[in-house]
Ligand binder design. Structure first.
Ligand code: ATP
Ligand code: MG
Length: 397
């Protein structure tokens, strides 16, 4: 068995919410490792969690944990009994495997009942290493390697590296959000960032068959699945057939308002669905000024149709910054596959860049909006449920 020390990071700052957050985090970790439950054991204390792992599953567990929001960093640790002799022996064994160069020992005594002060223990460990090896020198400022020793109540934890995890807050502590997921680059990144701040995310995609192809829809499934490792283990993807409404939108007198009004309808439908599924916010991939429909005037005209807050995690991001995250979270490759989505169709020649609410409302008067929206909500939304990365159920909803 190997042991992994899991650090909670930001959670340590959160006063009263602390225990709620930690309980949620541990629950999320257990869900993510559910398929390995016969290979892992959990041990929880105030500031961290220790997971004992069957050695052959170590890499897999490490890879999963580094994507769980709320985890700050992890270390593969050796746990020794609290005896000076053993500590000296274990740290020497670790030192012997370090690369030639400089090192530093760090000791933290969490268990104050341990008889030797941190500094004295540090000197003993480093002295023992220097006497018994020839390839190492001490450098306390810029060491090549570090040997960390933490004295805890249940034993001495020894490790040489910290693996950074995604940080953020445990998914679920900020409630549920409904993310408008297109097949593009931005909305998967926006969804990821909402998850980062503790939001559990369900998805809503608008398609317009036959203009959008099954491949375009597959892309969206693929994106939702790719994000699963950061999300709640089970989540839903709602697919709304928008074709009928789109046909109606062709009757708008001022075609420059077509995209604006389509967006206003997306948001109305999303609000109604969110209410049904108890989502507390909508999430979009909009970025200020990126395209005509994302000027501050457009955002305002779209925004007023929403009762719920619309989170726009990318509002201040440049495309390049968005792409960097998309590549890191592995959604980029899928997003750039060339399949049309609703918005790349029916784009008017000159979309309005500074729409006005009053004009949008006048344009909408000619449409059978509330009937169409009601019909679409009741008849044209399909719900797909994912559990642990697999599509498990396809339900009408
Ligand atoms: P993305 O890269 O996310 O597609 P974009 O830069 O193409 O964004 P727009 O087409 O203006 O920008 O879309 C803005 C946002 O509206 C998207 O980020 C997404 O949240 C939402 N959206 C657009 N099209 C759809 C769709 N077909 N289904 C669901 N949401 C959509
Ligand atoms: Mg798009």
């Amino acid at each position: 068995m190997k042991s992994i020390l899991v650090r909670y990071g930001e959670l340590t700052l959160k006063g009263n919410n602390r225990s709620v957050f930690i309980t949620k985090l541990i629950q999320n970790i257990k869900f993510k490792l559910k398929h390995l439950k016969d290979f892992v054991e959990y041990k929880k204390d105030y500031n961290s969690l220790t997971i004992k792992v069957n050695a052959e599953k170590l890499d897999e567990v490490t890879a999963i944990l580094t994507c769980v929001f709320g985890i700050y960093s992890i270390s593969i640790v050796e746990i020794a009994p609290k005896e000076t002799e053993t500590i000296l022996e274990k740290t020497l064994a670790i030192a012997q495997k370090l690369p030639t160069g400089t090192f530093k020992v760090e000791v933290e005594r969490k268990d104050k009942s341990f008889a030797i002060a941190s500094n004295d223990l540090k000197i003993q460990i480093a002295g023992n290493i220097l006497r018994n090896t020839e390839h190492l020198k001490v450098d306390v400022h810029k060491p090549l390697s570090k040997i960390n020793v933490v004295i805890k109540s249940d034993g001495v934890y020894i490790f040489t590296s910290r693996i950074n995890a995604v940080k953020g807050l445990p998914v679920g502590v900020s409630g549920k959000g409904l993310s408008l997921l297109s097949g593009g680059i931005d909305s998967p990144v926006a969804s990821y960032l909402a998850m980062k701040r503790g939001m559990q995310v369900d998805f809503l995609h608008f398609m317009t068959p036959p203009h959008t192809t099954p491949e375009a829809l597959n892309k969206v499934f693929e994106l939702a699945k790719t994000l699963e490792k950061y999300n709640q283990s089970s989540f839903a993807l709602y697919v709304c057939d928008f074709a009928m409404i789109l046909r109606e939108l062709m009757h708008i007198k001022d075609e420059s308002y077509r995209i604006t009004i389509m967006r206003r309808i997306f948001i109305r439908i999303a609000n109604q669905l969110a209410e049904k599924i108890k989502a507390k916010a909508l999430i979009t991939g909009e970025s200020l000024g990126q395209v005509a429909s994302q000027t501050i005037e457009s955002i305002n005209v779209i925004n007023v149709t929403s009762k719920l807050p619309i989170l726009r995690p990318l509002i201040t991001y440049d495309k390049e910054e968005i792409i960097t995250i998309a590549q890191k979270i592995n959604t980029y490759e899928t997003s750039v596959l060339p399949f049309d989505d609703v918005c790349s169709l029916y784009v008017p020649k000159n979309p309005v860049t500074k729409p006005k609410i009053a004009i949008a409302e006048i344009q909408e008067q000619d449409l059978l909006l509330s009937e169409l929206i009601d019909y679409t909500i009741n008849k044209s939304i399909k719900k797909y449920i994912f559990k642990e990365g697999e599509l498990v159920e396809k339900a009408e909803g």
